[in-house]
Write a protein that binds this ligand. Structure first.
Ligand code: EPZ
Length: 458
């Protein structure tokens, strides 16, 4: 599906006009996973042969990563809307990567492992924190040092260098203090070309890591144990090119399931990999939705929404990236619920926004204490980050009246043609390119800053 081409108007002056009391029906196509495609693009730097990626989603974060690769001398072509042919034969770092390029995309930091292994030295901007948290990278740095890299962090930049004339990292046993997705990915990529064996303990188990290891093994890497918390990588001399299809996006899939439940609808989503969504499906069943899995498709039917408590956790637990959308569902559930965010210290920006739509949510130390209400009312609001904007759209679909939702510069980072797919399911959403809407954000922002002290570290 080719989405409505976004005209040149600035994304943060665009907004979605959403008619409320929507019922969704039919089938929606799930795109390739953002959080897999980004790291697979970084991993393609590990070889000087061609890598062909299929099922790449059309997202602004992907465009940013492609720009970074082009700055590194990588040739990028495509022969259809969702594939990428990547050739990093002429990989080089001219002057350091432009700060704004790297600092504009956290996932660009995933390049440090491949660049260090390929070039022996790299300087990258320290990835900034973002609205949802400080997002430290200490685990990446500590692990790379254990692999023999010499790393200095100063003036907002990270300089990594391999000592010795061999210019090769050396395999090591690494214990992660937290199962960081990014750190696990950085260290796996760095270890594939190291000398000897690397064992990563307390590794993250996310499906996107499994997808990365599947692709790396196709390239000739020797990786075992991915999907568990102990991953073993035996270094090899070089990696070859390959063809790989990006897995479906489990977070986009979960967002559509939650949107369907919130509007008491009946939709089918696919393709998906059901066991990537186990905790989400179990939770939605507990709220009263009926779930039918048929091959790589899932059908959800909802007649009632019961209140259910959740705690976010690393995979296979309930994903933090669906916490905001699920909060929008619990806001209109029958009964009271508690939603604990344990991964990020500041990922509750949607609570005040939902409260301004008539929700009844109290925030105490990263726990949203929710009293379900019968109905939300349409509002003009701006999402504060990628997943909170999706949560507001879900709330607007179920609310009475019409809402105008801004924050599309966040939304388009992680959802491929989101409103177009919702309209195929029967929603009535229009993207306004130039119509200035007054977002009664001031009231909400005041509340958020008042609540700031309540956002204690998780
Ligand atoms: C990945 O981020 C995802 N992004 C995030 O998705 C996702 O929320 C997160 O994993 C958790 O599942 C991509 O894959 C591009 P982490 P990442 O390292 O790798 C702490 C979205 O909405 N930590 O697992 O940055 C850190 O404080 C985005 O699509 C350290 O302390 O996540 C954080 O609280 C948002 N030291 C927690 O771990 C470190 O060195 C999770 O971070 C690294 C992390």
């Amino acid at each position: 599906m080719i989405c409505v081409s976004k005209n040149e108007s600035n994304l943060n002056s665009q907004n979605l006009k959403i008619k409320g009391k929507t019922i969704l029906k039919g089938k929606v196509k799930i795109s390739g996973a953002k959080n897999s495609a980004l790291v697979l693009l970084a991993a393609s730097l590990l070889t000087n042969e061609k890598v062909i990626l299929n099922n790449v989603p059309k997202l602004s974060d992907i465009e940013k990563m492609k720009n970074i690769l082009k700055h590194l001398g990588v040739k990028l072509n495509s022969n259809n809307a969702n594939n990428l042919i990547i050739n990093s034969k002429n990989l080089h770092i001219g002057d350091n990567l432009p700060f704004e390029l790297v600092n504009g995309l956290r996932a660009s930091f995933f390049c440090i492992g491949p660049l260090l292994s390929r070039l022996g030295e790299v300087t990258l901007a320290l990835p900034g924190g973002c609205k949802i948290g400080k997002r430290p990278i200490d685990q990446h740095i500590t692990g790379l040092r254990e692999l023999g890299a010499n790393i200095e962090v100063e003036n907002g930049f990270v300089n990594a260098k391999i000592q010795g004339e061999k210019k090769k990292l050396v395999g090591s046993k690494i214990f992660l203090s937290c199962p960081s997705v990014g750190a696990t990915e950085t260290l796996i990529m760095a270890a594939t070309l190291a000398e000897g064996r690397t064992v990563i303990e307390n590794a993250a188990r996310e499906p996107e890591i499994q997808d990365l290891c599947l692709m790396l093994n196709k390239m000739g890497a020797q990786i075992q144990g991915y999907g568990d918390s102990k991953i073993t990588i035996d270094g090899v001399e070089k990696l070859s090119g390959c063809k790989h299809k990006v897995i479906p996006d489990r977070i986009e899939a979960g967002t559509f399931l939650i949107a369907s439940a919130a509007t008491l609808s009946n939709i089918t989503i696919g393709p998906v990999i059901p066991n990537h969504l186990e905790s989400v499906l179990e939770t939605l069943k507990a709220t009263g939705s009926k779930i039918l899995i048929k091959g790589n498709e899932i059908t959800i039917k909802t007649k009632e929404i019961k209140a259910v408590n959740i705690k976010t956790a690393p995979f296979p637990g309930f994903p933090t990236d669906l916490q905001a959308p699920f909060t929008a569902l619990m806001a209109i559930a029958k009964g009271n619920s508690e939603i604990s965010e344990t991964i990020y210290e500041n990922r509750m920006g949607h609570v005040d926004l939902l409260n301004s739509m008539g929700a009844s949510i109290q925030l105490v130390n990263n726990i949203a204490k929710i009293q379900g209400v019968d109905e939300l009312k349409g509002q003009n609001l701006k999402g504060s980050d990628l997943r909170s904007t999706a949560a507001l759209i879900i709330a607007a679909l179920s609310a009475k009246d019409t809402s105008y939702i801004g924050g599309l510069e966040h939304l388009d980072r992680g959802y491929d043609c989101f409103e177009s797919k919702l309209n195929i399911l029967g929603a009535n959403i229009t993207r306004n390119f130039n119509e200035q809407i007054f977002f009664n954000q001031t009231i909400v922002d005041e509340n958020i800053s008042k609540n700031k002290e309540k956002f204690k570290a998780a």
